[in-house]
Design a protein around this ligand. Structure first.
Ligand SMILES: [Cu+2]
Length: 111
């Protein structure tokens, strides 16, 4: 490799490692609960919520932050969230998934 090539490559490496890390939170939507059922975030902290549903199609609805997704078995769905307010918020499954659907919810706590 030429000297110029080596310099270009090393600057790319620096750029990549300098990129701020976004915390990844994996959430599994099972019958009939989200795991974890409680998610703790800091106000202003950007996270990626990564959803999977191993059994049947599910929904994720966090109305207070206008965030929702369909979660389909065999796929991974990612949503980015940067909470701009503190408090305790409820998220729900909004896709009918069976007998426990109405009680399927979780809590987001932003401090
Ligand atoms: Cu459901």
């Amino acid at each position: 490799m030429s000297a110029a090539g080596a310099i270009a490559l090393s600057s790319v490496v620096v750029l990549v490692s300098a990129k701020p890390k976004v915390r990844l939170i994996k959430v599994v939507a099972k019958k009939f609960e989200f795991v974890p059922g409680e998610i703790h975030l800091k106000q202003g902290e950007t996270v990626t919520l990564q959803f999977t549903a191993p059994e049947v199609p599910m929904g994720f609805n966090l109305a207070d932050f206008n965030l929702r997704a369909d979660i389909v078995p065999g796929k991974v769905v990612s949503l980015e969230l940067t909470p701009d307010k503190t408090g305790t918020f409820t998220f729900l499954c909004d896709v009918f998934c069976g007998t426990g659907h109405e009680e399927m919810s979780g809590t987001l706590i932003v401090t």
